[in-house]
Design a protein around this ligand. Structure first.
Ligand code: GLC
Length: 795
């Protein structure tokens, strides 16, 4: 079934049927002040941490409740409804609604009973409060009286677990006050650290643009003995002006509208964690409510559409375009900014940045905003320990040069991370390379950055130490040891087990370093010899003719051998053999073919096959998951991006695009009940063929899938491959396409690219026409580009 569509002009996903198989969410603000909102206005808000800074209550895994509710009541008939379909949930034959999820704003437009309402939710640029603008329009030809109620269910305590389970304490530390236009919630009111009597933990819920007609700060009064579909206060037509003292706080404010025929009026509810003085200041800012809101919304749109502007594609496949131009790109920015902070499936589990996740996330925005990417990259380099490894968890409060590491008990205690991972710092190589290639800023390699615990070194030195870390942690075959995990969190191989995936990453890193250290012949010689040796081991010990094995256990037993009963073929060693350029062309063909035959399903490639059930070893933690799920032979979506890229690199456009389509959210737009989560964002995994729910996806929004699939599409399918010297354009596309166009800004220069595929090839273009001059396909040095370029790529 289909529940909505992509409006690419507005860069919105529009939900036309609100009864979706799961809450379909959008992200507002940033973790400084973060808000998640669904098409039924469900979701929560927090300050800095979804777990420790929660200000709106939300019950996970339930009914997408509570939310940012706005109720409308016809004062003549007493009939009432909500500005979002739920919570009141009027019959959909009578209640028409569209949710416009946009770039950092969501607007729910609904029509019922001759009244059109528009509830717009956003967090203004750089602000730490949120706005719910409500416009109400009388579509009938008679005057109408409408009462409007805004309801925010405030937590009793910032720690959401305390709010939910330790009520013997939390219900008795909170009270509410009314201040003309807003409710103020106090928590531990007299335990104030500030001289002005404030605690820094107050929250306000205010109304701008209309006078408050009635209010309550008590959930028990607003709801009475009812649920959200029939709050007592709305049934009564007003709140009773009561306040909370112990029990459950809330912000509920009501105002009255008299609307002539065709008339429209608006007001705004405001919410934030602010003391009484700051709340008043914010309320003042919205004195001219309609104008302020319009200005703030335009600022958001201008900013976000600007961030997405560096690449625009127009291909024969509008869903591919919608993903690359808008939704995958916006999701990449969201993972870049939010990391894994909060969603509707987890919040605040990690009080910091995962090393590999963050360094991967940076890649997702590289083609759009490389300088923003660089800031985070520099930060992550400063979270590398002096011996080269990445800190498994980089605290939000990271203080470079002064951090403890997994070698210190205190770090282990604080973060729960006992030791290093084999791959973390190796993700720096492609990410640094992509930054330098996108910008041409080779000088970045000489920038000095502190290490996490001690020492300072140039970026080049940081990378050298990353290689050194791998080289001083080799296993018995001379391949990188798997340590606490390689990319796969469920594969614990220790210091004696070894990972082919990491070996390919290291091989790739060694080759990138050769380019970065051109002026150090001795070091280049070392890199060369090391790479050659590693490649020999990979070929002699890990290649089985049609596939690479996954690695070795600490016992020396092979993991992922072609005749194993379980976990015989793994995807990542095949795709990474190609991405790392370790595989010969023949090997590449063979291993990609094996991946296709043994792992592909209608919904993407499974991570390995068959799942672990009986044959696992101690370090194979994925056995905990049901077969066909997550790392246990699920379709791990992040790895689809690498499969797409690998196929594209060898010129298999048909297969690259097939893999894109199989797992792309947008492909399920018309079959959304199968995939369940939003058809506009990637999830972490899709259930594989061993599950009775094959094709169902999970863990929406904050996942490494966003960046790897983006890279697979941009560098792979579209073939936009910047190098340190210039750019190569080598599309790998469905052979049936006649061609397509792209607008790309590269190092400040405009590239208007037309790909001509009248030859109906699937990869490896034959020539370019650059500004009217024909030339062979391949690298275009930056020096040959003008400010504005017309490039025809002939396939
Ligand atoms: C999760 C983790 C990521 C890991 C992946 C595979 O997505 O966030 O770090 O690489 O699982 O285990």
């Amino acid at each position: 079934m289909q529940y909505g569509y992509f409006d690419e002009k507005a860069r919105e996903y529009v939900i036309t049927n609100p009864n979706t198989p799961a809450p379909w969410a959008n992200y507002l603000g940033s973790p400084e002040y973060g808000a998640i909102v669904t098409q039924n206005a469900g979701g929560y808000s927090f300050v800095k941490s979804g777990a420790a800074g929660r200000i709106l209550r939300y019950i996970f895994n339930q009914f997408d409740e509570p939310g940012r509710y706005i109720y409308l009541r016809d004062e003549e008939s007493g009939d009432f409804w909500s500005a979002s379909w739920r919570p009141v949930a009027k019959p959909l034959e009578e209640y028409k609604t569209e949710t416009h999820h946009g770039t950092s704003y969501t607007e729910i437009v609904s029509e019922y009973n001759g009244i059109r309402s528009k509830a717009l939710y956003y967090v203004p640029m750089g602000a730490t409060h949120e706005v719910w603008r409500i416009s109400v329009e009388n579509l009938t030809d008679r005057p109408r009286k409408i009462a409007v109620f805004g309801y925010a269910e405030l937590t009793t305590e910032s720690f959401y677990t305390q709010d939910l389970v330790n009520m013997q304490y939390t219900q008795f530390i909170t009270k509410t006050e009314f201040h003309d236009s807003f409710i103020l919630e106090q928590i531990n009111e007299f335990n104030y650290p500030n001289p002005d009597g404030t605690t820094g933990r107050e929250r306000f819920f205010g109304l701008a643009g209309a006078p408050v007609a009635s209010y309550t700060g008590r959930r028990e009064q607003f709801l009475g003995r009812n649920r959200f579909d029939k709050p007592q206060a709305v049934l009564d037509g007003k709140c009773d002006d009561s306040l909370n003292y112990n029990g459950n706080p809330c912000g509920a404010l009501q105002f009255e509208l008299e609307l002539g025929a065709g008339e429209e009026k608006s007001a705004a509810f405001l919410l934030g964690q602010k003391n009484v003085f700051d709340a008043k200041k914010i309320m003042d800012r919205y004195a001219k409510c309609a104008e302020t809101v319009e200005k703030e919304l335009q600022e958001l749109i201008t900013y976000w559409h600007g961030e997405l502007a560096n690449l625009k594609i127009n291909t024969p496949d509008s869903k591919f375009d919608a993903m690359v131009n808008t939704w995958n790109a916006f999701q990449c920015f969201t993972t870049f900014v939010w990391s894994r902070a909060a969603s509707l499936i987890y919040c605040g589990e990690r009080n910091g940045y995962g090393y590999r996740d963050t360094v991967q996330d940076i890649q997702g925005i590289m083609h759009l905003d490389p300088e923003l990417a660089r800031k985070q990259l520099t930060f992550m380099l400063s979270a590398q320990v002096h011996h080269g490894a990445g800190l498994p968890l980089v605290k939000y409060s990271h203080n470079a040069g002064h951090e403890n590491t997994p070698d210190d008990d205190s770090y282990v205690k604080e973060t729960g991370h006992p030791s290093y991972r084999a791959d973390d710092a190796l993700w720096l190589f492609p990410t640094v390379y992509k930054y330098i290639a996108e910008t041409g800023n080779v000088a970045y390699l000489d920038e000095e950055i502190p290490f996490a615990d001690k020492d300072v070194g140039t970026v080049r030195e940081h990378l050298k130490r990353a290689i050194n870390f791998s080289m001083t942690h080799l296993g018995p075959h001379g391949m990188p040891a798997g340590l606490h995990a390689d990319w796969n969190d469920c594969l614990v191989l220790g210091s004696q087990g070894e990972s082919t995936f990491v070996a390919f990453q290291l091989y790739y890193a060694l080759n990138i370093m050769k380019e970065f250290c051109e002026n150090e012949p001795e070091y280049v010689k070392y890199l060369d010899e090391t790479a050659t040796k590693l490649l020999k081991i990979l070929n002699e010990k890990c290649f089985e003719g049609d596939q690479f094995i996954r690695g070795f256990r600490d016992t020396g037993d092979i993991i992922g051998s072609r005749n194993d009963k379980e976990a015989a073929t793994w995807l990542n060693p095949q795709s990474w053999a190609v991405i790392s350029r370790a595989a010969t062309p023949e090997q590449a063909e063979a291993v990609l073919e094996t991946a296709n035959k043994k792992l592909n399903t209608p919904y993407g490639l499974e991570l390995m096959q068959p799942s672990y059930r009986y044959e696992y070893f101690e370090g194979a933690r994925m056995r905990l998951f049901n077969p066909g799920t997550k790392e246990n032979a699920g379709i791990f979506c992040q790895t689809q991006g690498w499969a797409i890229l690998a196929e594209a690199l060898v010129g298999h456009g048909n297969r690259a695009f097939q893999y894109f389509q199989e797992s792309s959210p947008a492909s399920f737009n018309e079959d959304a009940d199968r995939r369940v989560i939003e058809p506009y964002v990637h999830g972490q995994f899709i259930e594989g063929h061993e599950s009775p729910f094959a094709g169902r996806s999970h863990v929406h929004w904050l996942t490494g899938t966003a960046s790897t699939v983006m890279v697979g599409c941009v560098e792979g399918i579209l073939g936009l491959r910047p190098t340190t010297k210039g750019i190569e354009i080598s599309p790998a596309i469905p052979s049936e396409w006649d061609g397509f166009t792209m607008e790309k800004t590269f190092r400040g220069k405009k590239l208007h690219i037309t790909v001509n595929n009248l030859a109906h090839k699937e990869g490896k273009p034959s020539k370019y026409i650059l500004n009217g001059v024909e030339r062979e396909a391949g690298l275009i040095p930056e020096s040959e580009l003008k400010d504005d370029n017309k490039i025809v790529v002939i396939m």
